[in-house]
Design a protein around this ligand. Structure first.
Ligand code: GDP
Ligand code: GDP
Length: 438
């Protein structure tokens, strides 16, 4: 059984490594003999009050100067949070709040992972409370004064951490695919959900009150469990307050964050709107897998468009989701509705797919052979030394290069296209980190 992961995040020198040593004590770092785990991360087993977890420490990065560390911490945050149940965000209580802390806090607030804010270097208990109070403005809840060197405060802080870990028995629960059904009002989200639920499947239970923003239904098909996150039902109940056309875009954003795969439902009659594009942008930004469901296909005059032509028209307005497959359905007649979950399965599989380092490097070598990296007028040539997949959901690759500045957007896009051409990854976004020599 794998232990839940707790990520340690923060600027350089705030005391992350010291805190990890304090929490994990003398326990050896776990070395994973698994492709894709880079040397930048170590996993240390730890426990507090009978709860076991592992701490992923992405520290140990060396930074040339302050302007350079933020992109690297962004990378840390994304990697760590892809697998973490809780984050400990460490700040320096003696130095006080910095702009870097604010930027990192903003990234953390955007993610669904609960964060415990540890204000380190607070040796004096009374003074520590004042030092910590400055950090309320980060909007991450209560700042906990700690001293990683002396150990005071770390217990209270860890109480918060384990409170956010999943209950022990939940860790054994069968894996399920969380599917968010999102789209503008009246595109047919509820009708689709009913079509799923109405089919011949065991519905485990509709879980109401999971959140105030959506209603979840659990559905089992073959051996796969799905959690369908429906943002439409709630609106219907409250339509008296809001009016039926009210579009709670924040509710859609929250549903995206809780999901693995998003069904972006588009109305075939209305076509692609600005709101659809906004949702698409968020799906790609949050790194979720996606299937675009074009509903009400029954209501489109077939001599206006064929499916292939219409897909082209829609795609030309949906640049963020080039990688997402389309399906044309009708919730009313049931046409192709049963194929949607097949496509969800495929997208979910690609979202968590891992490729070996040797395959990654074959693709890179091939890409370079077809088109060499750009060089500057002064004759400096970009070089890619090697690449490796560092995490999944979405598949994320780090490419080690001589100097990231030598690789402009057009070449970066070319590399992504080559990855997709060779490896597929239909239905999932990909991430690439371009890392310079230290
Ligand atoms: P990291 O870069 O965030 O991993 O930071 P380190 O753990 O390497 O610590 C950076 C510096 O802060 C070191 O000189 C530590 O000795 C010091 N430090 C770490 N924790 C504390 C603490 O609780 N109190 C004080 N006064 N200094 C600390
Ligand atoms: P939601 O607001 O996205 O949940 O949309 P609803 O499921 O409530 O559907 C809005 C309206 O579109 C209703 O009048 C539905 O009957 C209609 N509708 C939904 N799906 C289809 C479809 O596949 N074809 C047609 N012609 N109408 C549909």
């Amino acid at each position: 059984m794998s232990l839940p992961v707790v990520a340690i995040i923060g600027r350089p020198n705030v005391g992350k490594s010291t805190l990890v040593n304090r929490i994990a004590g003398e326990q050896e770092a776990i070395v994973f003999d698994q492709p894709g785990i880079t040397r930048d991360r170590t996993y240390r087993p730890a426990y507090w009050c009978d709860r076991e977890f592992q701490i992923v420490d992405t520290g140990g990065l060396v930074f040339d100067d302050d302007t350079e560390f933020l992109p690297l911490i962004r990378e840390q945050v994304l990697l760590a949070l892809a697998e973490a149940k809780v984050a400990i965000f460490v700040v320096d209580g003696q130095q006080g709040l910095t702009g870097g802390d604010e930027t990192i806090a903003q990234w953390l607030r955007e993610k669904a992972v609960p964060t415990v804010l540890a204000v380190n270097k607070c040796e004096s208990v009374e003074k520590g409370l004042f030092q910590a109070a400055d950090f309320w403005v980060l909007g991450l809840g209560e700042p906990w004064p700690v001293s990683s060197i002396h150990g005071n405060g770390t217990g209270d802080m860890l109480d918060q951490v384990i409170a956010h870990l999943p209950p022990m028995d939940e860790e054994e629960a069968p894996p399920e695919t969380s599917v968010a059904i999102i789209g503008r009002p009246n595109v047919g989200k509820s009708s689709l959900l009913n079509a799923f639920l109405g089919e011949d499947r065991a519905i485990v239970s509709p879980i109401s009150g999971t959140t105030r923003d959506a209603i979840d239904s659990l559905v089992q098909r073959n051996d796969t469990h799905y959690r369908l996150i429906d943002t439409a039902g709630i609106r219907k109940k409250r339509s008296v307050d809001y009016g039926p056309e009210f579009f709670g875009i924040n509710r859609a954003f929250k549903a995206i964050r809780r999901s693995g795969v998003v069904l972006l439902v588009i109305d075939a009659v209305d076509g692609m709107t600005e709101q659809d594009q906004k949702l698409a942008g968020r799906i790609e930004e949050d790194g979720r897998a996606c299937v675009v469901v074009v509903n009400k296909w029954d209501a489109v005059e077939k001599d206006t468009y064929t499916m292939v032509e219409y897909e082209k028209v829609l795609r030309s307005k949906l640049y963020f989701l080039e990688w997402a497959p389309f399906i044309f359905v009708s919730a009313v007649t049931g046409q192709r509705v049963e194929k949607i979950l097949d496509m969800v399965d495929e997208a979910a599989e690609q979202h968590q797919r891992r490729v070996t380092t040797s395959v990654v490097n074959e693709v890179i070598e091939d890409a370079i052979a077809w088109r060499s990296p750009p060089s500057t007028r002064q004759g400096r040539q970009g070089r890619i030394y090697y690449g490796t997949q560092v995490t999944t959901k979405p598949p994320t690759f780090t490419l080690f290069v001589n100097d990231p500045k030598l690789f402009k957007d057009s070449y970066r896009r070319y590399i992504e296209r080559q990855f997709r051409e060779s490896l597929g990854f239909r239905g999932t976004p990909l991430r690439f980190f371009w890392r310079g020599k230290r």
